[in-house]
Design a protein around this ligand. Structure first.
Ligand SMILES: Cc1cc2nc3c(=O)[nH]c(=O)nc-3n(C[C@H](O)[C@H](O)[C@H](O)COP(=O)(O)O)c2cc1C
Length: 222
């Protein structure tokens, strides 16, 4: 992997038993392209889950400062990363059907998260961040996420479409809350959003509305 690593020994002093230790924080700029290979999450980073719960809140002000590759990787992994050898994800899913696809809207394109390969695959070029929202703060935030359900995974389960959409909503809420807690625990801001330009997003991504539905969106940044 092309590694252009800015080693920032950010005086991130972590208190440990024998005194203070300096934790090296690796900050790699994101290089957009057809694919973005993500890095593995640092399982030792961040606050405790209890502090993340204490600090979680919805933010509606973001700077244009980009996320680092490490931060983007951590956010995607928190949303829907593989966390076990059996391929299951950080977020639960009703009936284990995983209808939710996670799309990242970055400045240079829209990317589909491939959890198995832990990479982002570009599905549309250009800056479409404003489409993923109906609120101005999202337009220049470094990362917006759209959780889009592929409802075809419910075929054969004999469920009314309203029940399918309801289960998809519950799944997506789990993904989004994972990200909210990751953000709160790792010095980032986030907000879950129900507001998005859903029809336009589906059109942009060539997803037919009979099968796909934009369930939830989210903004992440600094
Ligand atoms: C499903 C869902 C959809 C939401 N949609 C929006 C939204 O479109 N725009 C917005 O500004 N906030 C949205 N929020 C954030 C709520 O307004 C926020 O969670 C609530 O005001 C409580 O504040 P807190 O998250 O800081 O505790 C949404 C939250 C949830 C759970």
């Amino acid at each position: 992997m092309r590694m252009f690593v800015l080693m920032l020994v950010a005086a991130a002093m972590t208190a440990c038993a024998g005194g203070n230790a300096t934790k090296e924080v690796v900050v790699t700029p994101i290089t957009e392209g057809e694919e973005i290979a993500l890095v593995q999450p640092d399982l030792e980073a961040g606050t405790t889950i209890n502090m993340a719960l204490k600090n979680r809140c919805s933010s509606r002000e973001y700077s244009v400062e980009p996320l680092s590759l490490e931060e983007l990787s951590g956010v995607m992994w928190a949303a829907a990363g593989v966390n076990r050898e059996d391929g299951h994800l950080t977020a639960p899913s009703a009936l284990g059907l995983y209808p939710i696809k996670t799309y990242a809207f970055l400045e240079g394109g829209v990317y589909l998260y491939d959890a198995t390969a832990h990479k982002l695959v570009r599905v549309a070029e250009g800056d479409h961040r404003a489409l993923s929202a109906r609120q101005e703060f999202a337009n220049n935030a470094p990362l917006n996420i759209a959780y889009i359900a592929d409802m075809s995974v419910y075929e054969g389960h004999n469920m009314p479409v309203e029940a399918v959409k309801s289960l998809c909503g519950m799944d997506a809420a789990g993904y989004a809350e994972n990200v909210n807690l990751y953000a709160a625990g790792n010095g980032l801001k986030a907000i879950t959003r129900g507001s998005a330009q859903s029809e336009e997003v589906l059109k942009l991504l060539n997803l037919c509305p009979e099968r796909y539905a934009l369930i939830l969106a989210q903004t992440v940044g600094k």
